[in-house]
Design a protein around this ligand. Structure first.
Ligand code: C2E
Ligand code: CA
Ligand code: CA
Length: 826
């Protein structure tokens, strides 16, 4: 049967499931039968039991009883053989059905003796009672009898069973306690014989109840008739729905739980009933007749009979096995408190609670998975954060300089891009790249140590940070070099930038409380923002900076194409220098120093000459600077010292006892272990120390007074003398002459050139000369080209003279001809 309203579809599905379960149970029973038979056929006779049901498979109440019965086989040996038959006489109460069934059973079981018959519901018991010829005196255990069994059993003797009594009283009291304001009770019962029995039971109970709510009986032949009335009922009304009622007259009655569903569909009021199968279909619950418990109890009685007890001696069970159950959904819908339920109540349909012990394992498992996932996610998040942080740190490290915190050369491209982006006028404005290199930084590092060098770099960086304008960006490019990217706006912009560069290191730096003067060289490259090529600009600025470095002091050189040629030459010189030294390509020439008083040679100055195979003769200052900048100077100095000492040996025996003057560059004093090397050369070559003079320039004495004094005193200790070269051009403090205990002063050529005409120069030379006399120092004047100059100088007391007047520097061979006297104009 199909209903049109959707509400019923759910329970219909549930019923189908239940039916399947029952069939499976029966099949199991039969299978159990077969297998047991083969096992123990000869040993124990298995009892034969007929189960006779009044309804049909799928009738929920009977199916539940059958389920209870079927549990039997699990715990009893020998397992009985069950024969299950459905009369189906409730749906088909006519005589034909009755006869057909009777004939069928007669035929089927004519040769069979049952040990026991189990009947369920009244029709089945009645059938057994009326068919003595089929069933004989087989003991009977019945269940599901509402009325008086005596009326049904007739002549049956060996019969006992369970009466089906609805415990209305207890359910009613439970309902009252749950709905204390109940004003009306409506009993919906069928219009048939069963209904009569039910109402009788109700009346019995209600007569004992104190007067209370209004009581209405809806004796219902068809459910359709009560639809409207159901809807109209007021609050505080309770329904008791009992028995099977058809929806429409003439139709097969709906089973009790279907009737409950039907009523529930049309009313929100609480519904109570008698069968546990209705819980979950719309009834609140209460003391429900339990089919399952009934089946179990019936099986229990049956076992006793099979064990030998007489059925007639076993009293009827008048109290139907009950299940105190409630529907969670209904309790919730009607807002009924669980606390008000009788003790021992079982609540069904409760949504799974995670705190339920049966879910604990799953809960723990699930929680563990979630926790693991959270931990994994957290680990991933933390890991990615750490990675991002590390990447950021790495990027920072890769693009920034540790020492100064400035961006390094790797960060230059984005810096330049940013400056270009910020350029207001792409057509007119220009971008300048300034490369700044500290002068003699290598020397400073070697002299004072790298820690001090770092301090200088940091101080310069700080100075530069303040120096930079808003539209300028600074980066540390290398050891002692910085790059500033600047926007040039307007025609004087480059000039102004150059002036600012010159002023940058005007005031000394303060390091560890000391004032330190440093100078720097600036190379500037300029480009149009639209055609800017950073690599080119860097190369150009670098070239320009090297050019600026040659000047020694702070100097700014904007890049010019010609600088490339110069730097190419510089590169050629630096790269070919090592071979030139090892191949003795560098020659040493000697220029005599004349004692104008005696006309003899007082000494020779060794001067290096390099006739480069490609570049031709390179001026000594150029390759000396290249050697200094490329770190090859000490090698070159050592080479010159050794060579010139060797070449000088023949002159040792010269009667005028000339000395050998060798030029030492600034870096030699600090970088090479000069005194030690000198000692070695003197010993190796046999050159007497007293005949060697080292010519040092004034500026070397400015760097590190302490080291210079130390080195010079060691040199002096060897017996080697020291001459101050180019005196008057540099620092020219008389104080240091005694401090450094030099022996000779060489007055620079620039004072000699104009000495005839310049009274200023004459005064200076005279002053130097008299001072030297006071200090008992020898004086040599350089660059004497004319007799006039020579005479004047001699007059001033400068007797030792050097210059083209006497001789240009000449190779060794020239002097080996023992030319050691000169005609002096007196
Ligand atoms: P210096 O030490 O002042 O050497 C004297 C320079 O003046 C030499 O130039 C010499 O040729 C030049 N000279 C001498 N008399 C006259 C003169 O009457 N008129 C003119 N116009 N010049 C004169 P040179 O050889 O070209 O050397 C230039 C500089 O190169 C030297 O200046 C010295 O500082 C450096 N130098 C040369 N050889 C060496 C060397 O072996 N070692 C080092 N460290 N420096 C050297
Ligand atoms: Ca010299
Ligand atoms: Ca000189």
């Amino acid at each position: 049967m199909l209903f049109v309203f959707p509400h019923l579809h759910a329970w219909q599905r549930r019923d189908r499931l239940l039916r399947k379960f029952c069939i499976a149970t029966c099949m199991l029973g039969l299978m159990g039968t077969c297998s047991s038979k083969t096992e123990s056929a000869d040993l124990v006779k298995r009892p034969e039991i007929l189960i006779l049901l009044s309804y049909h498979l799928g009738h929920s109440w009977e199916d539940r009883i059958l389920s209870g019965l079927s549990e039997w086989q699990n715990n009893t040996k020998p397992i009985p053989v069950f024969h299950t038959e459905w009369l189906d006489s409730k749906r088909y109460p006519d005589q034909n059905q009755y006869s057909n069934i009777r004939n069928y059973l007669m035929k089927k079981y004519s040769n069979r003796n049952f040990d026991l018959i189990l009947t369920i519901d009244d029709n089945a018991l009645e059938f057994v009672a009326r068919n003595h010829q089929i069933f004989g005196d087989t003991p009977v255990v019945f269940s599901g009898i509402n009325g008086n069994p005596g009326e049904i059993i007739g002549n049956l003797i060996e019969v006992t069973g369970i009466l089906e009594r609805f415990d209305l009283s207890r359910t009613l009291h439970t309902a009252y306690s749950l709905h204390p304001n109940t004003k009306k009770l409506i009993f919906i019962t069928p219009h048939d014989e069963v209904g009569v029995g039910i109402r009788r039971d109700i009346d019995t109970v209600m007569t004992l109840e104190p007067a209370g709510p209004i009581i209405e009986h809806w004796i219902t032949p068809e459910l359709l008739t009560i639809k409207e009335r159901l809807i109209k009922q007021e609050e505080d009304t309770l329904f008791f729905v009992l028995g099977a009622i058809p929806e429409k007259r003439g139709q097969t009655p709906l089973e009790p739980e279907e009737v409950v569903s039907y009523v529930h569909f049309f009313t929100d009021l609480p519904i109570y009933t008698d069968l546990d199968t209705s819980v979950g279909k719309g009834t609140v619950g209460g003391y429900m007749n339990s089919g399952l418990e009934t089946g179990r109890l019936q099986a229990e009685i049956a076992r006793r009979i099979l064990a030998g007890e007489q059925a007639s001696k076993i009293s009827y069970i008048r109290k139907t096995p009950l299940a105190l159950i409630f529907d969670y959904q209904e309790l919730k819908r009607l807002d009924l408190k669980k606390n008000n339920l009788p003790p021992g109540s079982v609540i069904i349909n409760e949504p799974a609670s995670i705190f339920d012990s049966k879910y604990r394992a799953s809960l723990i498992g699930f929680s563990s998975i979630i926790l693991t996932l959270i931990v994994c996610v957290a680990v991933l998040v933390i890991r990615s954060r750490i990675l991002a942080e590390r990447q950021r740190a790495l990027r920072y490290q890769a693009t920034h300089d540790d020492l100064t915190g400035l961006p390094n050369r790797h960060d230059l491209p984005p810096i330049v891009q940013q400056i270009v982006r910020n350029t207001k006028n792409m057509e007119r404005d220009q971008i300048a790249l300034v490369m700044l290199g500290l002068n003699r930084f290598k020397l400073l590092n070697n002299t004072y140590g790298h820690t001090f060098g770092d301090m200088v770099v940091r101080a310069v960086a700080e100075r530069l940070k303040y120096w930079c304008c808003e539209n300028e960006k600074l980066s540390r490019f290398g050891g002692d070099s910085f790059v500033v990217i600047s926007q040039l706006q307007g025609k004087d912009a480059l000039k102004n930038l150059s002036i600012r560069c010159e002023k940058l290191l005007n005031s000394p730096l303060t390091i560890n409380g000391q004032h330190i003067s440093v100078s720097a060289a600036f190379g500037i490259s300029i480009s149009n923002p639209q055609q800017l090529n950073l690599e080119n600009m860097l190369r150009e600025a670098d070239t320009a900076m090297y050019e600026a470095k040659r000047s020694g002091n702070t100097h700014v050189v904007p890049f010019d194409k010609r600088l490339y040629e110069r730097s190419a030459r510089q590169f050629e010189i630096e790269s070919t220098l090592p071979d030139a030294i090892s191949n003795c390509e560098i020659k040493i020439y000697y220029q005599p120093i004349i004692n104008t008083q005696h006309g003899c040679i007082a000494g020779f100055e060794a001067l290096a000459r390099w006739n480069h195979p490609k570049l031709g003769a390179i001026p000594p200052p150029e390759f000396i600077l290249a050697a200094t900048e490329s770190g090859q100077i000490s090698k070159l100095t050592q080479y010159i010292l050794r060579k010139s000492c060797e070449a000088f040996l023949p002159h040792i025996s010269n009667p005028s006892a000339p000395y050998l003057g060798v030029n030492i560059s600034v870096s030699d004093i600090y970088t090479a272990n000069l005194p030690k090397f000198l000692d070695e050369v003197l010993k190796e070559t046999g050159m007497p120390a007293s005949r060697l003079v080292l010519e040092v320039t004034e500026d070397m004495l400015l760097h590190d007074e302490k080291s210079a004094i130390d080195v010079l005193s060691k040199i002096r200790a060897l017996g080697v003398r020291i001459a101050i070269d180019d005196f008057g051009t540099g620092y020219s403090s008389m104080g240091y002459l005694s401090k450094y205990q030099v022996h000779i002063i060489k007055i620079d050529r620039s004072f000699v050139t104009n000495i005839i005409t310049s009274s200023q120069d004459q005064k200076i030379v005279r002053a130097i000369s008299s001072m030297a006399r006071d200090l008992e120092l020898s004086i040599i004047t350089e660059g004497v080209e004319t007799g006039q100059q020579s005479d004047l100088l001699r007059e001033m007391g400068c007797l030792l003279q050097q210059g083209y007047l006497f001789s240009k520097p000449q190779p060794t061979e020239y002097w080996s001809k023992e030319k050691n006297t000169f005609e002096i104009n007196k």
